[in-house]
Write a new protein. Sequence first.
Length: 248
Amino acid sequence: MRLKMEIYILGNGSMAEAMAIGLSSKFKVIIVSREKQDSRYLSEFNIKNELYGQKYDIEGKNIILAFKPYALKEVSKKLVGKAEICISVLAMTKLEDLKHIDSKVRVCAMPNIAAKFKASTTIYYTNDDDSKAAQILKEFGDIYRVYSDDEFKISGVVSGCVPAYLALINEALQNGCVREGINKELARSLVNSSFKSSVELMQNFHPAIMKEKVCSPKGMTIEGVYFLEKNGIRGIFMEALNRSINKK
C-alpha cells in the first residue's frame, strides 16, 4: 500500500486548522505546536500532533509555516536540517524572508480559511519548480501562481481580505431583511443563496453585463443600484482594498 505524503504544519491557529482539515483527505497531516493540542478536529480528521521542543528536525520534511509572522526568525532558529519544501502562509512575508530556513523549495502562499472546505482562493509565489507546491496547495481549492513579490502582495490581499469584505455585505443584507420583517433564518438562507447565484452569473458574464441584465427600466434593482452609486460604493471598496494592501 502506498504511504500518504506527510505534511507538517507549524502553527495551531484558525488558518492552520483550516489547512490541516483541507489536506487531511489526501495527506498525513501533523500539527507542530509549542504545547500539546487537545482539539476535537485532530482526532476527527486523524491529524497528529508534535511539539517543537528546543529544536525541531525538518530534514526531508514538507513543512507549512502557519504561525504569527513576527515569530519567523524565532521559530527558524529552532529548525534543524533541510526541508524538502517550505511553504509560508505568513502575511506580508516575501521569499527573501524565508532564507533563514534551509529547504530545497521555498514558497510563499496566501490561502484563506475556506481551505477547510477545499474552497480557498490561494495565491502562491516561488522561484523553484512548483509542481510539488501545486500538488499540496490545490487541496485547498483554486490556485493561482504569480511571479513577483508585488503581485503576491496584491493578489494575497484579494484572496485573504475580500472574504471579510463580502461577509460585511452579506451580514448587512441579512440585517436589512430582518428590518423589513423576514426572520433571521430565512434571511440568511436567501442572502447566501443569492450570493451563490451571483457567483454563477459572474462566471459567465462581465459584472457590468450581469448588472444590465438584472436592472429593468424604473425597476427595483436600478433604484437600489442608483442609491449605492450615489453614495460612492465603488470608491469605498477600492479604498478598502488600497488600505489593506498598504497596511504597514
